[in-house]
Design a protein around this ligand. Structure first.
Ligand code: FES
Length: 106
């Protein structure tokens, strides 16, 4: 299991034990983390699963693929560490990952 901390826009922290192979979005939904809508169910087609990856993990998480980058154009308040959480697969290297949720989606 890999620990992920989600920080909601109001600062509330949600610590979640995530299974490797699942996505950061799926674990937010399963644990009722507020602020992740995931309207397309993880198909990289809605940009409502937008998160900010903590600086310390940005290099490990990596950069978005072209399709994700295109979808991020539709996200609110995009920053250099913005990612779509449905495109981040949980794996051992991400243990301790912290992601922040933007003020709103879309
Ligand atoms: Fe739709 Fe991530 S859930 S783009």
């Amino acid at each position: 299991m890999t620990k992920i901390t989600y920080i909601a826009f109001d600062g509330t922290k949600f610590d979640v034990e995530a299974e490797n192979g699942s996505t950061v979005m799926e674990n937010a939904i399963r644990n009722a983390v507020p602020g992740i809508e995931a309207e397309c169910g993880g198909a990289c087609a809605c940009a409502t699963c937008h998160v900010y990856v903590d600086e310390a993990f940005a290099a490990i998480v990596g950069q978005p693929q072209v399709m994700e980058e295109d979808m991020l154009d539709f996200a609110f308040d995009v920053r250099p560490t913005s990612r779509l959480s449905c495109q981040i697969k949980v794996r051992d290297e991400l243990d301790g990952l912290v992601v922040q949720i933007p003020e709103r989606q879309g």
